[in-house]
Write a new protein. Structure first.
Length: 494
């Protein structure tokens, strides 16, 4: 008889793991507490406006392509993606605008206009970033890093020269003279929800991923990725139960024996794969007898990534200067991150990201209108914030701020509006304190603290998703499912 696998959560990690397991002959049932698949990747329709509510940039597509290949399918049969030009437009508060292109030379040409002193170093830094990727990806990304045998192939030289003992900011400052390029390169650390002023310099690998390998948009919106994964899982024979929150993982004889659904039903399992946030899984879902005090304390000490404050605006106006991806930088970057990560308050001079997908997909907004997804990095949930009140006051502030920074007439052209606060992310997806990228990398040890894809101490519980190794963001989350599969194949045979 086929082994029975239960997957908790239909985020990208859970969807990917369920397909991989089904393709290997497991009888897979996936339980999702919400009524839709995708977890933090959702889509929203407000009147005639359409938005992605989560990711807007797709990187390392080869990982998703590999997933489909492993299941005997071809990704391009499910969705199409493309690189946009410019990849992103950056606005600085002194009026300087930087269009970044996938063609390095075009970007350098641009940089020469406002920061000639840094133009040459741009290419040099991207080469350094590529080198970092070569040195670290096999060791830290495409490797479950679970047992001593996983470390065997690693060379000591892999750990040297990767800037692990300095910060992203220090490395960037050493390489660039202008504030423009400094802010530009520090921005990439936020892709995994961390502060460039705290995270190890190794994270300067991220520019390579977007600027050398490519940053992509999926036609129709990023939610097509979740749809593709859901369709793939269906094809592999995965059974889905939506509106089915798992409230307990029952443990017996060092095995996750069954899960209990909120309605009281209990379902037996040969293996359990949890895509629920690892902190919630370990501290709340698992029978507490299976979690030692030291594991509990370790899990509690893990710092979540930042969260996000998101405003969705349907507006009956277009702005010539707005592209698809747009970033409006703050004046004082260090202060902004101090407020987010140390003071845990919303920044009073934020860097504001706008995805304007109607620039590329005209049916995402009515004619002569725009669908603005506005994202500000924000602190994770603590006891001192009143998110219900901030939802109104901070979104109004952002609208005024964007008018000041060049979106004239924004306020009066709004026809629909919605907001998701960090508390909203916590309530919707159960992510640790509303974090949106899992755990932060704000210390040199963060990569080693992140829970591995197999729960130590139990024989058949596996963990996938952004709160687990190797981290947050679409490609890493898919990679976590590959890592879990590798461990399942390694440990379930005995
Ligand atoms: C605003 C925003 C912008 C982002 N931008 C980008 C971007 O541009 N590029 C990028 O690569 N990434 C981006 N990310 C990050 C990316 O969305 C996440 O890393 C990824 O989607 C997380 O996937 P996951 O598998 O960890 O699961 P999640 O999305 O967290 O899903 C977990 C699922 O488990 C379900 N669940 C939880 N507990 C239970 C339970 N007890 N029982 C049943 N079900 C349960 C939840 O409801 C949810 O559906 C962004 C995220 C946000 C929110």
């Amino acid at each position: 008889m086929n082994q029975k696998a239960i997957v908790i959560g239909a985020g990208l990690g859970g969807l990917a793991a369920s397909s991989l397991l089904a393709s290997r002959g497991y009888n897979v049932t996936l339980f999702e507490k919400n009524s839709t698949h995708g977890g933090k990747m959702q889509e929203l329709e407000l009147d005639e406006f359409r938005f992605d509510t989560g990711p807007s940039l797709f990187t390392m597509p080869f990982i998703l392509e590999n997933l489909f290949k492993e299941c005997g399918e071809v990704l391009s049969d499910y969705l199409t993606f493309e690189e946009l030009e410019p990849v992103c437009r950056y606005f600085f508060q002194d009026g300087t605008v930087f269009d970044n292109f996938s063609d390095r030379n075009r970007s350098i040409e641009n940089i020469t206009r406002f920061a000639p002193e840094d133009a040459e170093q741009y290419a040099e830094f991207l080469d350094q970033s590529a080198k970092l990727y070569d040195q670290t990806s096999d060791a830290f990304l495409f490797n479950p890093l679970y047992s001593l045998s996983d470390l065997k192939g690693l060379k000591l030289t892999d750990f040297l020269g990767i800037d692990a003992f300095t910060t992203v900011s220090d490395v960037v400052d050493r390489n660039f003279q202008s504030e423009y390029l400094r802010k530009f390169f520090k921005r990439f650390t936020t892709y995994n929800g961390s502060s460039p002023f705290q995270a190890p310099g190794t994270l300067n690998v991220i520019p390579h991923v977007e600027l050398n390998q490519g940053g992509y948009y999926v036609r129709g919106g990023l939610y097509r990725i979740s749809e593709a994964l859901y369709n793939l899982a269906g094809k592999m024979g995965v059974t889905f139960q939506f509106d089915a929150e798992i409230v307990n993982i029952t443990v017996k004889d060092r095995r996750a024996e069954s899960v209990q659904i909120k309605n009281g039903d209990r379902v037996d399992a040969d293996i359990v794969v949890a895509n629920s946030d690892a902190t919630d899984t370990i501290l709340n879902l698992l029978d507490q007898k299976a979690v030692s005090n030291s594991k509990r304390n370790k899990q509690k000490s893990i710092e979540p990534s930042c969260s996000g404050f998101v405003v969705f605006l349907g507006v009956n106006k277009q702005w010539e200067h707005l592209k698809h991806h747009n970033i409006y930088f703050s004046e004082d970057y260090e202060k902004e991150f101090r407020q987010i990560f140390r003071e845990k308050t919303l920044p009073d001079d934020p860097t504001i990201y706008i995805a304007n997908t109607s620039y590329t997909d005209s049916d995402h907004a009515p004619e002569n209108s725009s669908n603005l997804f506005i994202l500000v990095n924000s602190p994770y949930v603590t006891e001192n914030q009143d998110w219900d009140q901030l939802s109104e006051t901070y979104s109004s502030f952002l609208i005024e701020e964007l008018e000041r920074r060049g979106l004239d007439g924004l306020k009066e052209s709004i026809t629909v509006k919605d907001v998701i606060t960090p508390k909203g992310f916590l309530n919707r997806y159960g992510s640790n304190r509303g974090s949106i990228y899992g755990t932060s990398s704000n210390s040199k040890f963060a990569a080693f603290l992140r829970p591995r894809n197999k729960f130590r101490g139990l024989n058949n519980l596996y963990l996938v998703g952004g709160s687990t190794h190797p981290g947050g963001g679409i490609p890493l989350v898919i990679q976590s499912a590959f890592n879990a599969l590798e461990l399942i194949e390694r440990y379930q045979e005995d």
